[in-house]
Write a new protein. Structure first.
Length: 115
C-alpha cells in the first residue's frame, strides 16, 4: 500500500512540475550560421545538444555537413527566450505559443544567416 501512495505522489509531482519551453539557436562559431528552433522542453533540448556534442552525433540533419566537418565542435547552444507553461494551458496551446515565439525571433534575427 505504501508503494501505491509513493507512486501516486510521484505522478502528482510529475504533473505539477514546471514545464519550460522556449526558442533557442545552435550557433556555428566558425561560419556564424544559426539553427533556430522552438521547443516545449527547453532543458531537454539543451541536454540533447550536449549529448550530441559529447557523442559526436549531429543534433539536426540541417547541420550535418558542418557538424561532421568540425566534429561537432564550434557549435554552441543559446537559449533566446523561455516561457513556463501555464497551469490551464493545453499542450496544443503551448506548442502554438512556441511556434509564434519562433516567428518573432525569426523577424528579430532577419539579418542573420540560417541553416
Amino acid at each position: 500500500m505504501e508503494s501505491n501512495t509513493s507512486r501516486k505522489e510521484l505522478i502528482q509531482q510529475y504533473k505539477e512540475r514546471k514545464v519550460i519551453g522556449g526558442v533557442y539557436i545552435v550557433r556555428n562559431t566558425v561560419n556564424k550560421k544559426l539553427f533556430l528552433a522552438s521547443t516545449t522542453d527547453l532543458p531537454g533540448s539543451k541536454n540533447r545538444f550536449e549529448f550530441a556534442q559529447n557523442t559526436g552525433i549531429c543534433v539536426d540533419l540541417k547541420l550535418k555537413k558542418d557538424w561532421d566537418a568540425q566534429n561537432g565542435g564550434g557549435f554552441v547552444f543559446e537559449a533566446l527566450d523561455e516561457i513556463e507553461k501555464g497551469g490551464t494551458q493545453t499542450e496544443a496551446e503551448f506548442k502554438a505559443d512556441m511556434k509564434l515565439l519562433k516567428e518573432i525571433w525569426l523577424e528579430k534575427l532577419a539579418d542573420e544567416t540560417f541553416y
